[in-house]
Design a protein. Sequence first.
Length: 366
Amino acid sequence: MNYISKQQARKWGAGILAAGILLSGGLLPAETSQAAASTAQSKTANSQVVLKVNGKIAQQTGIVREGKVWVPVTFMRDALGMPLTYDKAEKTYTIGKGTTQVKLSVYDYEISISVNDFYMSEYAAKSINNRLFVPFDLLSDFLGYKGDWSAATGRLNVVSKPQNAITIKTESIINDRKDAPIKLNYPQISGLANEEAQQKINNTIKQIFTQFAADAEKEIADKIENDRPYEFDGGYVITYNQDGILSLITDQYSYLGGAHGSTDRNALTFSLKDGKRLLIGDLLKANPNYKKELNAKLSKLIKAEGGYLGGFTGLNTEKNFYVKDGKLVVFFQLYEYTTYVTGFPTYEFTFKELLPDGSSPFAALK
């Protein structure tokens, strides 16, 4: 969704689902024959999952589909205590609050997911058997939960992850012009004993968004009166908040009236001990050959992309990465080595495959 004007997308999408969830049962009555056909097909393709929270069986059940476990949004509401609302005008469901607020936007052929206005192009919700489901990966990757999944028994036990003892709040830069709105959301932290480190982290994050806002104002000042409306959005998502490490991704989207918009992506990983912005090498110190090994893996993967344009000889920066549970995730920018439609080529590696056995990427940072 970041690759076209989101305003255009809302106009094009009439919506395939009913105007709201029936809060008593979480049902989503289908409005079109396409939805009905999808429901009929799904009955034979899915198997039920018993959902638990801290070992206690929940009322709702999940589904295995396409090799993934999917959970209903009513499970998130009822069993995990996440507030759920629906905006009829925008055809948008909002679940959760704070830095883990999720929006599900209903379009003709997909239900897109965003967290803190950061659009998840690799995630989407689904209407399965007339119920709204999200992949459990969304909860484990971005919402602070982990799951103990047993394919043999068909049971998933969901528990909260331990988090760093910090508070994360969303700050905003908003200029609600009719023909060139700016809406940027970015995180700021509090609660660190080291106030200097805390300020360093907050300033680094804020600078990305204030600079983008300043650049947007320049574009607006040069806008020709008859141009299509411009649009500037920005959001973020926290990918890791444990072990004295904070890792996040930010997107800054601009639409300047052309065929499509453009998105700049930044990733920031900090040591909470001193506020230092970490590079890949800071996490892979235990492997003296990490550059050679990582570049070899990346070269093979990116050259296999259908939209590869050539030119990759190795990482030219160690900043474009973020951390997930047990993993290092490396990405490239739009057009950097691949065509626009490829999006942001993104590759995950476990720390086990990048580091000597038993080595911790965070050992030297605590």
